[in-house]
Ligand binder design. Sequence first.
Ligand SMILES: [Zn+2]
Length: 370
Amino acid sequence: MTVNFTAFNSIASGGRRGRLDLSHRTVETPVFMPVGTAGTVKAVPQDILESLGAEIILGNTYHLYLRPGHEAIRRMGGLHRFISWPHAMLTDSGGFQVFSLSALRKISDEGVRFRSHLDGSSHVFTPEHSMDVQIALGADVIMAFDECTEYPADRARAEKSLRYTMGWARRSLDHFRAHRNEVPWFEESGGRTQSLLGIVQGGMYRDLRRESAERLVEMDFDGYAIGGLAVGEPREVTLEMIAGTLPLLPRDKPRYVMGVGYPDEIELYAKMGVDMMDCVLPTRAARHALLFTRDGRINIKNKQYAEDQGPPDPNCDCMVCRRYSRAYLRHLTTAGEALAATLNSIHNLAFYLGIMRRVRSELETAANAG
Ligand SMILES: [Zn+2]
């Protein structure tokens, strides 16, 4: 398998500047990946994502499988072409949404039977099926099928969950290796394929996390994710799990922490050596009137902003902060105008992407000085 990652600068705390060479784009790391659930980063058009400097976005396998369907997307040339995003993409395995959104789940060694949250129809996801769906969608980076262990989970439950995830990881890898040439853009990319990442689980048990990491590394994935975090545990525990797991993962492959986090967290984790992160927080918070600023979070609906002519974040030079006032964003938000979600989301994404741009530059400076 191809290893498409170069880490070329490291600092003492483990943080590193790197580069992911993917089929549709080279991605500078550490990177924050906006979440484009159903083929859209909610409320934000693709050209604006480009102008914000987003290099890679996520798609959710569960949502796209149910609607419009992975075979329809394959027939249209894959997800990149369907949503007109010629840059890098990553899809999750579908596991997380199956466990968080669908009803009447039945888990076995084989996989998961569930009912759609849209119409109640019955479906089965197995590791093989998750690979088939993700190959049809054709994202540059795809994820092994896993069970995201809930929190809290007692030890017996975490062990059982990990057993599923480890067995499914092996089957995901075998099926991917046998079918990776079926990706829609295989020919036009000159025979390049997707990269498959394994996911470390194990609940909040360090020894289970270690066992999970060691077994995945033995299987030799293209990179490794740490999943099952930010599921309700205290943030010190999240940090402990990340700190305990990172040293177990190969330095020459990308390391991805799924579903994190607040602005200070993504900066901290990046400086510890996490290369990739994704989170719905900037866009979801934006739709709930919460704006991230250099001075902390503000609720733009607050009355104090009713006639505030200042920019949403005085330290931000994004297209929203350059043009609009807090008073106008407050008006749009309280009036329920569609534009509110768009403008609030653009600012929050600019804020998150700006943090990672600064961290990359700090990692370069620190490594050069060291
Ligand atoms: Zn801004």
